[in-house]
Design a protein around this ligand. Sequence first.
Ligand code: C2E
Ligand code: MG
Ligand code: MG
Length: 811
Amino acid sequence: MSHPTPPRSDDRRRDSAGDAVARPLGGGERVRAMPEPPSGLPTDFARGHSRWMLGAVGVVALVMSLAVGRWVATLYRISDNRRQVQLVLTQLQALANSQQALAELAVQGGDGARTITDRSDDNVREGIAALGTIDQSEHAGDALIPIVDAERAYRLAVTKEFDLIAGNDLGTATAVLNGEVKHDYTELSQLLRDGITAHEDAALRSRKLADASTILALFVAVAVMVFLASQLTRARKHAAAMTGERTRSRNSEERFRSLVQNSSDVITVIERDTTIRFVSPAAERVLGYLSNNLLDSRLSSLLHTDDRARALTLLSDASQRPGVQKPAVWRVRHADGRWLYMENVATNLLADPTVGGIVLNTRDVSERMLLEQQLTHQAFHDSLTGLANRALFRDRVEHALARDNRKAASGVAVLFLDLDNFKAVNDSLGHGEGDRLLVGVSERMVECIRAADTGARLGGDEFAVLIEDAPDIGTIVAIAERIVAALQLPFVLQGKPVAVGASIGIAQASSEQGAGDLLRNADVAMYTAKSRGKGRYEIFQPEMHAAVLARLELEADLRHAVERGEFRLHYQPIVELGTGALSGLEALCRWQHPEKGLVSPATFIPLAEEMGLIVPLGRWALLAACTQARAWQERHPGAQGVSVSVNISGRQLLNASLVEDVASALRSSGLGAESLVLEITESVIMHNTDETLHRLKDLKSLGVRLAIDDFGTGFSSLSYLQRFPVDILKIDKSFIDGFGAGGNDSALVRTIIALSDTMRLRTVAEGVETAEQADELRSLGCILAQGYHFARPMAPADVDKYLMREEALVS
Ligand code: C2E
Ligand code: MG
Ligand code: MG
């Protein structure tokens, strides 16, 4: 498939509405990618949030554990310090105790007491110094000041005692011992005991607090760890779930993208004003446009003008209502200019942030639509002529009447048309030619009607015309006349001119009349036109109904008449003009109707032909006439050379069984073939075919004679008749009627007789009613005649009498 070169994007054409028009497909361009869905799902936020929270908890836990650790360490240090202080104080107590013992010993004369005391004095001083360092940070020094002071006082008292002892003042020394020393010792001991107890309690309290804090810290740590672990597990699970979800989402997105890219439907995202925002690559295959070239153009610019308003209304409706709309079909222009029927399903996704437009799923349904149109056309049109069929015609009539009812005067009329000679053509020339004839008729009919009128073929050789808005009956009649005249002209079938003609019934709509009534009235008028001589039109009159009904009744009766044996043959003599002698007898059929009496063949023969009853009726007439003639020949010696003429209809001639029917009638009656004349009307011979000619030759070969009946009415020339194996020419009554009226019928008859003589044909003048006519014919050289002047058609019994009278005359 070749595509036109793509124009540049800036020279995008604009249609009359000013819409940007999509450019057709160009090579090598790529379709715009699908819009990406926004990254970051709502769950990401939750995930980030929990991470922050966990971090914060971790930091707080760390800070707390550091603080608690520091606090516990401090408590333990305090406890240790107190314990050390307690220890030093205990040592000081012991030292004070031993000092006191030494002080007391020294009074009793111990020499080394002073040295020991000095040494312990140093110990005490170290201990006190150590106390200072231990307790400094805890401000315990203040608590030790009284002890240090007491110890200093006690030491001064002991030094005083030892100095007195050294000065051998034992008495004063003893007094100092018992006084100052003991007092200071007691005070120091008390202070030391209090200090030891206080520091022991403090050490114990600190330790307990430290222990409790440790346990609490441990507990808190475990709780935090459990919390963190659970949070971690949750976070992990969440992360796994998120990963799965993202994978799924990515997969589904890829699947969606793939579906859109590969869908056979064209998927288009448009804005409210039909501006195309996205179109799937299928647009290239279906519509011949490169997707990129459609972007930013208006969808409306691609729509068929007849469909545009409807499509835009539908799209506007779709933009008002969220969700999926019902499918709608409209025509879209293909890049190559064709119009495609596209079925569209609009989905309003304007509120969906990932789409933000109206999504159209579009598929090419052109084939389906064409098929539907074809089927619809077939359902309402005649396949042969393309005219409306009965169903559509009736529908049009109904609509016309519905419209017409609102007006004062009716302008609606129906013409009902039936071909006069179709069956004969169809039977003789075959269905192919019959079809060609019907097409020809439809063409001529359509040429005669106005564009606003509807021509229809109702079936077979029945046609109809619906006339609307006719100003008067004159217009309607003019149309009918035109059609009758057009169909009177012969058609050329198989290279020969064939006249068919048509009878038309006209019915005008009157108020409160349905389509059925109107069609029936037109049909009745057509029937009437047929019965009044064919090749004409009749305007419906209410009284026609009765006549048509009577005819329909007759048809029903005729059907049974053959079985019931209601037919009779009457015989009319054919005489020699010169002598008046009987030459032959023409068998003329009569219908003895149980109620109506004798019915004329002019009434029932055409009916029997139309109904296909003529073949069995003709067969019966042949046998009856032959049998009767044979009987007369046997009964009346004078009737030996008398022949019997039997009328053969055109339909019989087309029937292959005719030759056998004739042969069998001759056989079973015993009548000689030379005594049988078969009369065939001129019009039947006119519509001859090779088949007719063959049949006539076959009949001739049986030995029977052939007569052309009603000669002069069928416009055939004598030279034309030369082709046929005919023996007798029966000049039609209408020529004889014209004798003596100042016309030139005598001259015509003279010519016919003269030419017949040269062709060795015998002539019979039909319908001779007067002696003048007989004389005229005689003078013109006519040999044979038939008519009321000589004898009327008679029942067989009367013929017997006639024959006997003849015999009597001869003898
Ligand atoms: P046709 O074959 O031309 O028969 C002659 C018709 O002229 C007969 O009418 C006859 O009664 C009538 N006729 C004879 N002389 C006169 C006359 O002097 N004045 C007038 N006014 N009429 C005269 P009929 O019997 O009514 O038959 C009419 C037509 O019916 C026949 O015309 C023939 O075409 C047809 N027909 C009659 N019997 C048969 C039949 O058995 N088979 C077929 N196929 N057609 C038949
Ligand atoms: Mg006849
Ligand atoms: Mg005749």
